[in-house]
Design a protein around this ligand. Structure first.
Ligand SMILES: [Fe+2]
Length: 319
């Protein structure tokens, strides 16, 4: 049986790809960002997933304003890097996993999520930048460490899918993966964001408070996060902050309770806040971390806290 073992959230800032491609990763401005992914790359080398599902958005590379699927699943054998205006990035062609991708398409569509099936698709920085951040720089003539199934989500033209729809799609993807007979360890990426706005009077907007709360809720209370409406993303995280709903596909594919393996946040990269998180499902055959006593330990504490709150009058903060 295939299984999803972990989810990875990562920004996909195009300038990060340009820094890699132009040999600028050791420059102080960029080193601050790349050093935040060193532990993640070590984790990835150790984890050695068999397949990665990368949820990202196309930036008018494979699609255009003439045709934008809400969800598009890459079922091809390979996905060449797209020319985004200055030639394709010097990264290897992404090898797909057509049999698993087709299985996911069948399972998810029969579960009433109407994906567009792409048997030919180029992929842009939305996908290849997070792959570089997690797998490191890979020579154009070499191979990415594992096959990848791309899932493109429309967040460029209104209306994008809701956070809740993305979250539920993640659950459907998990069900699909777990009904695939091959023994595979799968990781799923949610990419994009965090807060940023590229144009208009609020260009340059970054909201670290919002971003950090998003990461906290992604880890501990994704159902609350799934209820956040589009307008809140737009208002708090900027027009392009809506990319963050894609992280909810990743989160929906994980257990309700996960272990946060790693988190990194820095401002800025280009005009964007960079966020990154690794969340791991707990092995099903093992006891939860710390044993079952762990959960029991928290119940009295929460109960005690509520009782204490009831017993005390509300505090009025002095100014
Ligand atoms: Fe983007």
């Amino acid at each position: 049986m295939a299984r999803i073992i972990a989810g990875i959230g990562s920004s996909h800032v195009p300038a990060i790809g340009a820094a890699i491609d132009n040999g600028k990763t050791e420059e102080p401005y960029w080193k601050r960002i790349f050093s935040g992914f060193e532990k993640s790359q070590a984790w990835m080398r150790e984890t050695k997933p068999d397949v990665a599902i990368v949820v990202y958005n196309d930036h008018a590379s494979a699609f255009s304003v003439e045709m934008i699927p809400t969800f598009a699943l890459g079922c091809a054998a390979e996905f060449p890097p797209a020319d985004e205006g200055w030639g394709p990035r010097p990264v290897p062609v992404v090898k797909g996993y057509p049999s698993l991708a087709s299985h996911i398409a069948q399972s998810v569509i029969l579960d009433e999520f109407d994906l567009t099936i792409c048997n030919k698709m180029e992929v842009d920085h939305g996908m290849t930048v997070p792959m570089n951040l997690l797998f490191g720089k890979v020579d154009k003539n070499a191979h990415w460490p594992c096959p990848v199934i791309p899932l493109a989500v429309n967040v460029v033209m209104y209306p994008p899918p809701t956070g809740h729809r993305c979250y539920m799609l993640g659950k459907a993807i998990r069900k699909a993966v777990e009904s695939y007979p091959e023994d595979l360890n799968v990781v799923i990426f949610g990419t994009g964001g965090l807060s940023h706005q590229i144009s208009g009077p609020r260009a340059g907007l970054i909201n670290s408070k919002w971003d950090k709360a998003f990461l906290d809720n992604l880890s501990k209370d994704p159902q609350k996060l799934a209820k956040v409406p589009h307008v809140d993303y737009m208002r708090e995280a900027g027009a392009e902050g809506i990319e963050m709903v894609m992280w909810l596909v990743m989160r929906g594919a994980l257990d309700d309770k996960v272990d946060e393996v790693y988190r990194f946040y820095t401002v800025p990269a280009s005009n964007t806040a960079v966020g990154h998180i690794i969340l791991a499902n707990r092995p099903r055959t093992a006891k939860p971390a710390g044993g079952y006593k762990h959960a029991a330990k928290h119940k009295p504490a929460a109960k005690h806290k509520r009782a204490a709150a009831r017993a005390k009058p509300a505090l009025i903060r002095s100014r």
